[in-house]
Design a protein around this ligand. Sequence first.
Ligand code: CP3
Length: 352
Amino acid sequence: MAPITPAPQEHRFLAACRRQPVDCTPVWFMRQAGRYMSEYRALRARYSMLELCTPPELAAQVTLQPVAALGVDAAILFADILLPLVPMGIDLDFSAGEGPVIHNPVRSEDDVAALRPVDPAASLNNVLQAVRLVRRALGEKVPLIGFAGAPFTLASYLIEGGGSRQLARTRQMMYSRPALWQSLMEKLARVIAAYLSAQVDAGAQAVQLFDSWVGVLAPDDYRRFVLPYNQIIFSALAECGAPTIHFGTGTASLLGAMREAGGDVIGVDWTTPLDQAWDTLGAGIAVQGNLDPAALFAPPDELELRVRTILAQAAGRPGHIFNLGHGILPETPVDTVKRVVDMVHEVTSHGN
Ligand code: CP3
């Protein structure tokens, strides 16, 4: 009889996205490439944020830095959610210390009409090329996650002209000019769906949709003004074969609606206990999260307790991906991040 060749083992991160058995809980970190790493700071001393994102070789190099340094179970492409806005006609800067600034905010019918459709293969080819380079460099080591911002979160930057705590102008436009809001959201959804599909075609093995600021909305408004557009994106990706992660912060009252919008995995921030979030979401979905990024500054015992608490709340349910509830903070000690990776793996390995 011919020997049975075992199917190649799927990596634990992708297996968890599909709620399949894993040897231990996979772990990666949002913003795992960034200023807390000396390798990143060395490059940032020579290049601006946008310059770092532009040549595929540099973006690929930054993507790989945390994989080598931390032993995480996935790489996430080094880019930014705001990059696809540039070919749409947006004049964007990352000013030191203040975050992104948009010099031509979108507030009128004319502004929305002026936003250009985007062919990712033409205008975002450097990002797609970075995906290809990273895949080649990683081989079978760990999977690569692609990502994009969700329409609401991108619209908030477009309308506010940068970061904002309350997103007052955004909510004003939503409630007072619903037709304008709809045309803006449709344009964004179309660009993002094409961009994420192109990332998968280029080799991204999973994609995350960042709806980081959607927690400023009440559930009814989420359903009316956000859900349909996120649904367009997840439906477009349904056949692509790559698992999808749907992330937001401040989403305690939105989790059910986020699940309806789509995603194989729902990302949860640290203000909702993981078990409670999972109970709200229901069975049949994977969950990513949810250590408070500030816990990485706590004394070792306190940090360990918090990691163990999250793992206990996951309670061995299939489909837990360990992550922070939001991105790594710039001053985080690298050794501590590495210690969390090892801890998650050790605590959850089943005698392997
Ligand atoms: O996770 C990763 O390691 C991949 C890279 C990544 C970046 N931005 C690089 C970046 C990802 C996934 C993002 C997503 C992103 N960008 C989001 C959604 C995630 C989140 O944090 O909620 C948002 C809202 C943005 C917009 C953005 N870009 C802001 C608000 C800022 C400034 C904040 C800051 O930390 O300075 C950026 C700049 C940015 N994007 C940096 C990095 C590493 C810092 C650039 C630097 O000064 O070196």
